[in-house]
Design a protein around this ligand. Structure first.
Ligand code: NAP
Length: 473
């Protein structure tokens, strides 16, 4: 099926098209327009010229659009999940989960639209501040360029489109080339929800070309990017003075203290390591477990992992399917082989069956090997014994990334100490680092990013603070 670009409220054909293949069946599922330079400019112009229309909407009106969008998505739950599974090979059970979260994200955005507020400033606290009234306003930033990854094609788009609408901005969205269908589906629903013409534009094509044009445009006030650190850092370097919010990758770590009830945490750990084939920015990649528990943990982890159902993403029973692209399979396999050559012991998985990399756990991996120090983005987890929690904290911190980390412990002071010392954007106590709900502040330090998402926090990034001072003399 031939798709069209969504520019200035119109569905527009392009001169060039690219076949979109299902990662699992490798069949052609759609033809995707490759926007020309003029078409990307037209999308930027539409967003630029309609800034005032969006900025003038009342909070009530913006919340109304977002509430209707959430309702429409809820009504189309199964269809939306099928689109995600088809284009990204995310197993249906997780795609349904993503749609549910996306609905929630838009509902949170609708609620936040109603409480964008400034504050009174006590100017008379200064020697020269008598008789003055000061307050701040939060104003829309203008045109937001949103560039999004393949791994949560609906919810991560919602984390940009939702707050941009709530804040009264206009948007040009450039989704990942492998997952454009979710974005076009959203555009359909937004049109039905009554978003003003030109307020949201969707353009597809190569990230290098379309993305670059968005990042360099003088009419764009902010770039919000979720994706790999390499691309994110490149964007930062090209964006000049515009605001750049980066949500990047990680190699998330978990510490398991002595005395923890393993039966309670094993299902969480298996889910954290392997859901969406490990293609989650906070996928559980490194486990540091107290040496007393290592043997029992690895036995139970292996047993639970081998119960996972591998297969077709469209089948509701499937837990693990194929990776986003064939070369990713080969890359992940090469990294596993390197870990084994370096002394790691594979306790489960480690091989490819047809086009699926078996969920893989490797014990005893040195910190400088790729499956430990790089972002693996595949169903691979390492399990290393530690003598105590402090050693685990040092290992988790020995990373160029810092998105989220987790610790399971029964001891309050151990937990408090870990919360203080872990160098990450979020510490999950008695949970896996993969835990996320959509209103919480979410983002990383180091090479994991420079911003926070979670509707209230994104709205802060997507608005400018204006100060008003009245001289009452
Ligand atoms: P990616 O390769 O960096 O692509 C992300 C987006 O950037 C895509 O839309 C891509 O377009 C575009 N792009 C590529 N080159 C570009 C350029 N030179 N200029 C502007 N845009 C460009 O990432 P991915 O493989 O889709 O996603 C996986 C990564 O995202 C992982 O590192 C993961 O950790 C990270 N991630 C982070 C979070 C978070 O919240 N921190 C959440 C999810 C994922 P094309 O598809 O057309 O190349």
């Amino acid at each position: 099926m031939k798709k069209k670009l969504f520019i200035n409220g119109e569905w527009i054909e392009s001169e060039a098209y690219a076949d979109l293949l299902s990662p699992y069946s490798e069949e052609i599922i759609a033809e995707i327009p490759q926007a020309s330079e003029e078409q990307v400019n037209a999308a930027i112009d539409a967003a630029y010229n309609n800034r005032e229309v969006m900025a003038n909407l009342t909070a009530y009106e913006k919340a109304g659009i977002l509430e209707k969008l959430a309702r429409l998505l809820e009504e189309n739950r199964t269809k939306a999940a099928e689109i995600i599974s088809l284009e990204s090979a995310k197993p249906m059970k997780f795609s349904l989960g993503e749609v549910d979260r996306t609905v929630e994200t838009y509902k949170f955005a609708a609620e936040e639209a109603k409480r964008i507020q400034g504050e009174m400033i006590p100017l008379d606290a200064a020697e020269n501040g008598a008789n003055r009234l000061g307050y701040t306003l939060r104003e829309p930033i203008g045109v937001v360029a949103a560039i999004t990854p393949f791994n949560f094609p609906m919810n991560l788009v919602a984390h940009k489109v939702g707050p941009a609408i709530a804040a009264g901005n206009t948007i040009v969205l450039k989704p990942a080339s492998q997952t454009p269908l979710s974005a076009y589906f959203l555009a359909d629903l937004l049109e039905e929800a009554g978003v003003p013409k030109g307020a949201v534009n969707v353009v597809t094509g190569s990230g290098r070309l379309v993305g670059d044009q968005l990042v360099k445009s003088d009419k764009v006030s902010m770039v919000t990017f979720t994706g790999s650190p390499e691309v994110g850092i490149g964007i930062r370097n090209k964006a000049g003075l515009k605001k750049v919010a980066l949500e990047l990758g990680s190699n998330a770590g978990l510490i398991i203290d002595d005395g923890v009830d393993l039966d309670k945490i094993i299902p969480k750990c298996v889910m954290g390591a392997f859901s969406n084939q490990g293609q989650v920015c906070i996928s559980l990649q490194r486990i540091y477990i107290h040496e007393n528990l290592l043997k029992s943990f690895t036995e139970k982890f292996k047993e639970a992992t081998e119960k996972l159902v591998l297969g077709d993403p469209m089948d509701e029973n499937t837990d693990v399917s194929t990776l986003i692209a064939g070369e990713e399979l080969e890359r992940a396999k090469a990294w596993i082989d390197e870990a084994v050559a370096g002394g790691g012991r594979v306790i489960t998985g480690g091989t490819i069956d047809k086009n699926i990399l078996l969920p893989t756990a490797i014990v005893g991996v040195a910190s400088d090997l790729k499956v430990s120090c790089r972002e693996v983005f595949a169903p691979v987890v390492i399990i290393n014994p530690v003598k105590n929690v402090d050693e685990g904290i040092n290992y988790v911190n020995d990373s160029k990334y810092g998105l989220q980390a987790g610790i399971f412990t029964k001891d309050i002071s151990t937990a408090m100490n870990a919360a203080k010392k872990l160098e990450v954007g979020g510490v999950m106590i008695n949970d896996i680092p993969t835990y996320r709900v959509d209103q919480m502040p979410y983002g990383g330090v180091k090479e994991s990013g420079n911003a926070r998402e979670g509707l209230k926090y994104t709205i802060e990034e997507m608005t400018e603070m204006k100060l008003v001072v009245w001289n009452q003399e």
